[in-house]
Design a protein around this ligand. Structure first.
Ligand code: GLV
Length: 391
């Protein structure tokens, strides 16, 4: 694909759909159950109305900010996206490389197809490691040590995954059968791959990865794709675990998956340095509020003690601006760059970030706001019922 033709993230989404087998595209694109939250995450931005200040002369517009003391070129961070190596050869390394070159942070998922050490080497920028407690504390301790040695600067602990969400598209596409490597079980589902020869060639030239090399289980080696469902169920992260992680890792901890103010307080009490308002991109519990709607309550509960970030539904620079107006320090993008990765590898990720960066810059210019960090409530009108949730 000629990525310069992509005008917006939806164009990259369509291109990803063309290049990827259905099962892989749907893994990125799909959400849990009825996919209400998946849709609300995007649509809720429509309910926020800008209040621009016109005829404002600004000599220099500024998008740089700091997150946990690290300077980044724009308030947009790459979120952890599991199995990115399935979307494109060495997908996590490709995305990390782009993040570094545009001056932002890449977050590597525990459920990565590439070694965490290789991913860190692939970027010139800062990187965070997203931790699941798969395999228990001993496995996590070993991974935390590897992440420290490799130079990851923060741990992102995801707390909304006591069990994998009900992804109906994955079930229909045979994701379960495909990872068992039993040819008879796979058979009904292989046609979707046969019609995407370009993807297939890339997948096999990359080693056809079906493992998670950063989850090394004692006596078993790297965890297989086939085992991820049961492994997640056995690895629920509790507040007590978070306190354990607080001792095992000396650097900053980002708690991801906070929906409500009470959990923000619990995260802070357990030692979080930052919080991500996240519903896992609508992939876990369906029918929860869109993250942008949950944000004001969490920001109020955080009382300025920790930085509050947000992910979910970001498809335009205006969405980023709205999240910053409501108190997010920065946002994380997942699908927005994953579509680019699936569509065209490095060029696609670069284009996704460039679209959002240019959009955001244009938005603050049109708002008459000199910098992204100066965005606040005065630039937006929010529905009255959203305010009612803020205690
Ligand atoms: C993994 O965390 C996923 O959402 O697929």
């Amino acid at each position: 694909m000629n990525t310069s033709r992509a005008v917006n993230i939806e164009d990259l989404r369509r291109a990803a759909r063309r290049r990827l087998p259905r099962a892989v595209f749907d893994y990125i694109d799909g959400g849990a159950d009825r996919e209400h939250t998946l849709a609300h995450n995007c649509r809720a931005y429509d309910d926020i109305i800008f209040r621009p200040r016109c005829a404002v002369a600004v000599p220099n517009y500024e998008m740089r900010t700091t997150v946990l003391g690290t300077e980044i070129a724009m308030p947009i961070i790459l979120a952890p996206v599991g199995s990115s190596r399935m979307f494109y050869p060495r997908g996590e390394e490709v995305a990390a490389n782009v993040a570094g070159s545009v001056g932002t942070i890449y977050t590597l998922s525990t459920l990565s197809g590439c070694l965490l050490e290789d991913v860190k080497k692939a970027t010139t920028g800062p990187a965070w490691y997203q931790l699941y407690l798969i395999g228990g504390h001993d496995v996590a301790r070993a991974t935390i040590e590897r992440a420290r040695l490799a130079g990851y600067s923060a741990l992102v602990v995801t707390i909304d995954t006591p069990v994998a969400g009900m992804r109906e598209r994955d079930l229909r596409n045979g994701m379960k059968e495909l990872v068992t490597r039993n040819p008879w079980k796979m058979l009904p589902f292989v046609m979707q791959f046969a019609v995407k020869p370009q993807w297939l060639a890339g997948f096999f030239s990359d080693g056809g990865m079906m493992k998670f090399p950063n989850v090394v289980l004692p006596g078993e080696g790297p965890m297989l794709y086939a085992d991820v469902g049961t492994a997640l169920e056995a690895s629920v992260v509790t507040w007590a675990d978070l306190k354990w992680i607080r001792h095992a890792w000396q650097g900053p901890i980002v708690v991801k998956g906070v929906h409500i103010g009470d959990d923000a307080r619990r995260a802070i009490d357990a030692g979080a340095n930052a919080i991500v308002v996240s519903n896992h991109g609508g992939r876990q519990l369906d029918d929860v509020h869109a993250t942008i709607r949950a944000l004001p309550e969490v920001v109020a509960a955080a009382r300025g003690q920790v930085e509050v970030l947000l992910d979910g539904g970001i498809r335009r620079g205006g969405d980023v601006a709205k999240a910053l107006c409501l108190g997010a320090r920065a946002v994380l993008i997942g699908r927005a760059y994953a579509y680019g990765l699936g569509a065209a590898g490095e060029a696609g990720v670069r284009r996704a970030v460039e679209i959002l960066r240019a959009d955001l810059l244009r938005t603050i210019k049109l708002l008459g706001c000199p910098s992204t960090s100066a965005l606040d409530r005065s630039y937006v009108e929010v529905p009255a019922e959203w305010e009612a949730r803020v205690k």
